[in-house]
Design a protein around this ligand. Structure first.
Ligand code: PEP
Length: 250
């Protein structure tokens, strides 16, 4: 089965202003994508601006977090619900990013609730998993991923609505990456776990210091169905080159 290839930009808490977000979105609006699904996830503050600029283009807009407790409205200070995200033009949400796992102590139980809210409102989910440097050095990568993926056992992920992003924590924003062979081996393992959960055909992206120089290598690697890109997605020029690398490998 051919899985959907995707390149998604995680803007994190960037850029500083609405006008910069507008400009970045405008730059993306002209990006050529055909075989590859291209997306970006601005902060809540910029979601409306970015989805407005990208309306009518093939670029998919998503959010970086979602309320775990309700799909609609209620007394949840600081949260943004699945229905509000949909109303703001989001089509997907990133759940389980390592920065949320570490800074906000998000655990498997909470992530499961977030996923249920997202799927309940017909949002797609980019579910991030990955090991820390200590776990990598202790050869625990696969068992860590197994534990993180086990969340999916308790969830009904509608067909075509789930994407996995394998992001080694030690590779995020550091300029370090695993070798391509390590990524191939890890993606193969992730896909076998997904198959055991009857989740064949789910795209598995690689994330962690992907840039315009290394994108082609990852794009050509077996089992790598795309990339989740942080820093390099904040410049139209570099993000375009990464997309082009995945387009030409498709
Ligand atoms: C990320 O935060 O999802 C990420 C992959 O960041 P970077 O590309 O900057 O390593």
């Amino acid at each position: 089965m051919n899985v959907q290839r995707c390149v998604i930009g995680n803007w994190k808490l960037n850029p500083a202003t609405k006008s910069e977000a507008h400009e970045l979105a405008q730059g993306l609006s002209g990006i050529a994508c055909d075989a590859v699904m291209v997306g970006c996830a601005p902060s809540f503050a910029h979601l409306s601006t970015v989805s407005g600029v990208l309306a009518g283009t093939p670029i998919w807009v998503g959010a970086q977090d979602i309320c775990a407790h309700t799909q609609s409205i209620g007394a949840y200070t600081g949260d943004v619900s699945a229905e509000q995200l949909t109303d703001l033009g989001a089509g997907f949400v990133i759940i389980g990013h390592s920065e949320r796992r570490s800074y906000y102590r998000e655990d498997n139980a909470l992530l499961a609730e977030k996923m249920k809210q997202a799927f309940g409102a017909d949002l797609s989910v980019v579910f991030c998993i990955g090991e820390t440097k200590e776990q990598y050095q202790a050869n625990q990568t696969l068992s860590v991923l197994d534990d993180q993926l086990s969340v999916l056992q308790a969830i009904h992920a509608p067909r075509g609505k789930l994407i996995i992003a394998y992001e080694p924590v030690w590779a995020i924003g550091t300029g370090l990456t695993p070798t391509v062979q390590e990524v191939i081996t890890t993606h193969r393992h992730i896909k076998s776990v997904l198959a055991s959960y009857h989740l064949e055909g789910v795209s598995v992206l690689y994330g962690g210091s992907v840039n315009e120089q290394n994108a082609a290598e990852f794009a050509q690697a077996e089992g790598v169905d795309g990339a989740l890109v942080g820093g390099a997605s904040l410049k139209v020029d570099t993000f375009t080159q990464i997309i082009a690398a995945f387009e030409s490998a498709s």
